[in-house]
Design a protein around this ligand. Structure first.
Ligand SMILES: Nc1ncnc2c1ncn2[C@@H]1O[C@H](COP(=O)(O)OP(=O)(O)OP(=O)(O)O)[C@@H](O)[C@H]1O
Ligand code: SF4
Ligand SMILES: [Mg+2]
Length: 323
């Protein structure tokens, strides 16, 4: 495995209380594998994706867990050691590329800097920047542009070009296409695919389960700060186990065509005070229908179990207690 995340929990300490942004999240990503995280807004997808790089805002804290990347726990590395890995072995791209670009400097200078920081000579870095721009289908004169002179799609191409500079082992992409129109979105996805074809593993985050189904090898489903199901695309799409995953899939009329997820009745809980037991129980249709689940789903937290090889689920309907 390239990346193994174990029992990762992140809390935010706010004036309004402690927000349990993500709790006891465990998963792994193999070499060359594309894993996509899906789930409603606020389910903890970005929290986990950032924590993997030990990047949490000042109000946030990683309260437990390990992030093993090529055998080393990233959460135990010094700032310097992490800096060596960030941008080189692991690259990140975000929904708003402006967050990672300096608005006051030309994109070419920024690309060159990323490379020189990691030991490439300046002249070589300049040449490489031009080649990278070509790879992401941008003319070389864009190197002289400031970020605000580029469109959102072009800025995202620049972020990807920067990510490509070192053939990273892992690309973490948090909703990189959400702000873009569908055609631009597709071209960005093609670029990420190209990176994967060169051996990079992809850790992708999206609201769009049909996008996930189309491009990934595996899907991770998050609900209210918990990972509730994880498996191959076929396992998740053909045989969803968790009632929340089922609802997500049913909410898309044609998984291979439509991209908007229709709302699932009810709201995700407030993560300052999540429901006891299974966090989905107030919205779960199975819990509502089966009286035998009362006293179980609403009081005992389901453990993640391996239902079939590589297919994990956290729900009392599987693996013992609720059967
Ligand atoms: N900086 C922060 N301070 C306090 N709470 C936060 C902060 N960032 C996220 N949260 C809370 O943590 C939980 C998880 O948020 P997160 O941003 O990880 O969700 P998400 O799945 O990425 O959502 P979206 O799809 O909207 O991007 C939410 O309840 C959110 O309100
Ligand atoms: S554990 Fe119970 S409430 Fe939670 S998803 Fe499964 S059946 Fe529904
Ligand atoms: Mg997010």
């Amino acid at each position: 495995m390239l990346l193994e995340v174990k029992n990762l929990s992140i809390y935010y300490y706010t004036l309004a209380g402690v927000v349990k942004g993500a709790e006891k999240v465990t998963f792994s990503i193999g070499r060359g594998e594309w894993v996509t995280f899906v789930g409603e807004s606020g389910s903890g997808k970005s929290t986990v994706a950032h924590a993997v790089m030990n990047l949490v805002p000042s109000s946030g804290k990683i309260v437990s867990g390990e992030v093993i990347f090529e055998g080393k726990d990233l959460l135990k590395l010094s700032k310097d050691e992490l800096r060596q890995i960030r941008g080189k072995d692991i690259s990140m791209i975000f929904q708003d590329p402006m967050t990672s670009l300096d608005p006051l400097r030309k994109v070419g200078d920024q690309m060159v800097e990323v490379m020189t920081v990691h030991g490439i000579e300046e002249d070589e870095a300049k040449e490489r920047a031009k080649e990278l721009l070509e790879k992401v289908n941008l003319p070389p004169d864009r190197l002289d542009y400031y970020p605000h002179q580029l469109s959102g799609g072009q800025r995202q191409r620049i972020s990807i070009a920067m990510a490509m500079a070192f053939n990273p082992k892992l690309l973490i992409a948090d909703e990189p296409t959400t702000a873009l129109d569908v055609i631009v979105q597709d071209s960005i996805m093609d670029l990420i695919d190209a990176l994967k074809a060169e051996g990079t593993s992809i850790y992708f985050v999206t609201h769009d389960i049909s996008l996930a189904a189309e491009r990934s090898d595996k899907i991770a489903v998050m609900y209210a700060g918990k990972l509730v199901e994880f498996g191959t695309v076929e396992q998740i799409v053909e045989n969803p186990l968790h009632p929340y995953t089922k609802a997500l899939i049913e909410a898309v009329p044609d998984l291979w065509k439509e991209s908007e997820v229709r709302a699932i009745p009810g709201y995700p809980p407030d993560l300052r005070n999540p429901p006891p037991g299974c966090r989905f129980h107030p919205r779960c249709p199975v819990f509502r229908e089966r009286s035998a689940l009362k006293g179980l789903c609403d009081s005992r937290e389901p453990e993640m179990i391996e239902y079939e090889k590589g297919h994990f689920v956290a729900c009392h309907l599987y693996g013992g207690a609720g059967e």
